[in-house]
Design a protein around this ligand. Sequence first.
Ligand SMILES: Nc1ncnc2c1ncn2[C@@H]1O[C@H](COP(=O)(O)OP(=O)(O)OP(=O)(O)O)[C@@H](O)[C@H]1O
Ligand SMILES: [Mg+2]
Length: 293
Amino acid sequence: MSETSGYSYQEPEVIKESIFIGSEALKKAPKITGVPTGIEGLDDLFFTVKEEKGKLKQVPLGGIPKYSVFNITGVSDTGKTLMVEQFAVEQAQKGDKVAFITVETPANFVIASVKYRALAMGYNFSNFEDNIILIDAASFTRLRENIPDLLSTLAYSIKEYNVKFTIIDSVTGLFENKEMMARSIVRRIFNFLKKWYQTSLLVSQKRSGHEELSAEAAGGYAVGHIVDGTMVLAKELITSQYAARMYKAQPGDLVRLFRIDGCRMSGHDTKTHFMEISETGIVKIKEPIGGKG
Ligand SMILES: Nc1ncnc2c1ncn2[C@@H]1O[C@H](COP(=O)(O)OP(=O)(O)OP(=O)(O)O)[C@@H](O)[C@H]1O
Ligand SMILES: [Mg+2]
């Protein structure tokens, strides 16, 4: 029969490469270890389960799970940038390459801030400054507005410099004026980071002051369901005696809070913790607000 209809029928095909039996898939499964973050108090909040004499035991992972993609969210001035810079410095200091995609602040300003972070952490930045690879999407509009260009540039950097860690500050800046696209943009980035085995921190901005500690408020919404896990940063101005008692603070104090809002790749602490930003801009995670017990 001749093909005159213009519709070419394709015989369904079995894609055998897409089928894996359990043991084969397991051979390719990455071993999940902890990546120390350089953020005091954070590494102990992730767990894994180990078998010991036939019993399952919870053991600390000692960092965020390797190959995880995390969303760091919070309103303005909650310490998101400080936190990801601190993480970048810690990885670079150990000798690993970090791609830092800056979307809001030009690269030369970011590197000055990262250098200061290193100094505050007690490191000599000149020993490892080239381990930070900046991709300036703040100055290059095309990278900010065209995700394929951004990801091609990142792929090039990963290959060229053997990058293991990727930071984006912030993904929110990549869907400015096109919030409807947020999910698909974040999904593309997420799939890309997974394919390249990048342990990643994506900063996302929350506009709303409501539901301070939930990841669902605007901004965090698109990202939370797609990535492996979310860390929520918040600040609260103490205005009542009730809040003062609850947070063991004085009226007028600013209290900083931190919570891990889910992590698919490992067990994790679920409590709300106090967070501190030192005078030199070092982020520390402190005790849970309800006490240790
Ligand atoms: N070098 C520093 N030394 C001490 N404190 C600092 C330093 N830099 C920032 N801070 C404090 O930490 C707070 C959080 O800063 P950071 O830039 O990390 O906020 P952010 O969550 O990234 O905000 P945004 O969403 O606006 O980018 C600042 O408001 C400031 O009080
Ligand atoms: Mg910031």
